[in-house]
Design a binder for this molecule. Structure first.
Ligand code: C2E
Ligand code: MG
Ligand code: MG
Ligand code: MG
Length: 281
């Protein structure tokens, strides 16, 4: 089957491997053992203040380095992990490793103000995750305020008890960000009720900001909405100086994207940002 190397050195496997039947079962079995075989690791992408270039946080992004399949990006295995229930184990591993990494950076001389960790809707379906989160914070010694959990609008709208769990997480001091904001079904009434601190403008709006007036209008509207509700707004997928300037001009000073830094291994993040280092060309 066709195995090609992608632009970023990713090896993509044939689509049939995630289709139905025997191939899918094989991949599921490999995924299930991926943690114990040390094939799962994290990349971290900087989140910055646009005007100063200051590092305000990082987002943890999971990767699977499979000996058989190559480097598998999360869009290829998160939904499989959700279907099989492996997401609970994976999600816990990601959270644990993210908090441990914050402590390691600090020991190495880099204080990363905050870490954003993605949560899957499935992690809300088995009951409150607050005990898992607080146990990990207690074990690693990371202050709850330095953890920001990212959920999409669909988590909030489609999970019966999401509101309760989100309030529980808020009660222990963890932050909440709404990821991919603007792409799901969100109810503005919910936004008002939720203890959310941050809206992340979806990358699809940022992508065509300089050519598509609708994307421009939506982006400006989200920035205004955030202001009115006293939320911080961060743009994702910022790839160009023009996009960054547009955001700054329109009142959004926080960004994440290839223009400021790609997702990297912990050592690379440390090397680049130690000493409060600014973005280098
Ligand atoms: P997300 O949470 O919206 O993460 C942002 C995605 O955009 C990441 O893709 C990141 O690499 C990519 N990105 C960042 N800046 C740019 C840019 O300037 N241009 C472009 N084209 N892309 C950019 P990634 O790492 O492939 O992750 C994809 C999605 O997989 C994430 O979207 C998130 O929904 C999910 N995911 C990743 N890690 C985890 C995890 O640990 N747990 C869960 N439940 N989901 C995860
Ligand atoms: Mg995210
Ligand atoms: Mg996102
Ligand atoms: Mg996204």
């Amino acid at each position: 089957h066709a195995k090609g190397r992608g632009r970023n050195g990713y090896q993509f496997y044939a689509p049939s491997m995630t289709g139905d039947g025997v191939d899918r079962l094989r991949v599921e079995a490999m995924l299930r053992r991926s943690i114990e075989k040390n094939e799962i690791f994290l990349n971290f992408q900087p989140q910055v203040e646009i005007d100063t270039g200051r590092l305000i946080g990082v987002e943890a992004l999971v990767r699977w380095q499979s000996p058989e399949l190559g480097l598998v990006p999360p869009i290829r295995f998160i939904s499989m992990a959700e279907d099989t229930g492996f997401i609970n184990q994976l999600g816990k591993w990601v959270l644990h490793e993210s908090c441990r990494q914050m402590v390691r950076w600090e020991q190495a001389g880099l204080v990363v103000p905050k870490i954003a960790v993605n949560l899957s809707v499935k992690q809300f379906e088995r009951g409150s995750i607050v005990s898992m989160v607080s146990a990990i914070l207690a074990e690693t010694g990371l202050a709850a305020e330095r953890l920001q959990l990212e959920v999409t609008e669909s988590v909030i709208m489609n999970t019966g008890d999401a509101l309760v769990f989100i309030n529980d997480l808020h009660a222990i001091g963890a932050g909440l960000a709404i990821d991919d904001f603007g792409t799901g079904y969100s109810s503005l009434a919910y936004l008002k009720q939720l203890p959310v601190q941050t809206l992340k403008i979806d990358r699809s709006f940022i992508k065509d900001i300089s050519t598509d007036v609708n994307d421009e209008a939506i982006t400006i509207a989200i920035i205004q909405l955030g202001k009115s509700l006293n939320l911080s707004v961060i743009a994702e997928g910022v790839e160009t100086a023009e996009q960054a300037e547009f955001l700054l001009r329109n009142g959004c000073n926080l960004a994440q994207g290839y223009f400021f830094g790609k997702p990297v291994l912990p050592g690379e993040l440390l090397a680049r940002w130690i000493g409060g280092g600014q973005k280098s060309a």
